[in-house]
Design a protein around this ligand. Structure first.
Ligand code: SF4
Ligand code: SF4
Length: 236
């Protein structure tokens, strides 16, 4: 995204809309910081500019296009057919049944509006959890970015790209899950340069209880349980 200097009247209306603070006044000129911009499209989509001075290049080149693919909810991931972070694995588990009894589903979400995440941090997480022997959830747009499934290493040319957020999802056997959490938390606190959230999912039993939730509390965690119930239609 860029601002056409010839059209811009420096009214500053567009500054507050950018979730990354990438639109700024510099030397009396309103600019979009090329590095800070994650190509989320918000500034253009809201048609905030009375002069139509906010422009997009005809085609965002690779690897920069990865920014838009992960940050602009109107851009669909080719690999999953879903926009934004491009995954609905956990939200649709009652249909997909990927996260089953005896296995704990995990997600690690990197970045947030205002902060974002470099894919170098995603690379660190993918390598770490690969070394810990997880089973990746495959219907996730992070998977095609992994160049080496043995190490979890991402494609090297994308590591300097920044996105609003990205999520890795995977499975861990329930008996290993608490130790896994301890190790991954330590890694996230020590190694990552952005904000990160770890989520876990376990199936409820027939009474609607979750044994794993109790185990988490006994382990000293403070989980904030969320139920996901799909009330939409399924194609059968
Ligand atoms: S595309 Fe998104 S990140 Fe880039 S300047 Fe516009 S609002 Fe900010
Ligand atoms: S809203 Fe348009 S005219 Fe106003 S500062 Fe932004 S780009 Fe310039």
């Amino acid at each position: 995204m860029y601002i056409d200097k010839d059209l811009c009247q420096s009214c500053l209306d567009c500054l507050p809309v950018c979730p990354m603070g990438a639109i700024m006044l510099k030397d009396k000129e309103v600019i979009i910081d090329y590095e800070m911009c994650v190509e989320c499209g918000v500034c253009r989509r809201f048609r905030i500019c009375p002069e139509d001075a906010i422009k997009q290049v005809e085609e965002i080149p690779y690897p920069r296009i990865i920014r838009a693919v992960f940050s602009d909810p109107l851009v669909t991931h080719e690999s999953t057919g879903i926009g934004g972070r491009g995954t609905e694995e956990m939200k649709t588990n009652d249909v997909t049944n990927n996260f089953t009894l005896g296995k704990i589903g995990f997600s690690v979400e990197l970045g947030r509006p205002g902060v974002g995440a470099y894919l170098s941090d995603l690379d660190k997480v993918a390598r770490k959890v690969t070394s810990m022997g997880v089973i990746f959830a495959e219907e996730n747009p992070v998977i095609p970015l992994i160049a080496d499934r043995k190490t979890g290493a991402l494609r090297p040319e994308i590591l300097k790209e920044k996105v609003l957020s990205a999520i890795v999802e995977f499975l861990v056997p329930e008996e290993d899950a608490l130790d896994f959490i301890d190790e991954l938390k330590k890694f996230m606190n020590e190694e990552l340069e952005t904000v990160a959230t770890m989520s876990v999912i376990s199936r409820a039993d027939q009474n609607g209880d979750s044994e794993f939730l109790k185990k988490l509390k006994d382990h000293g965690e403070t989980p904030y349980p969320n139920g996901k119930v799909n009330i939409g239609m399924a194609i059968v």
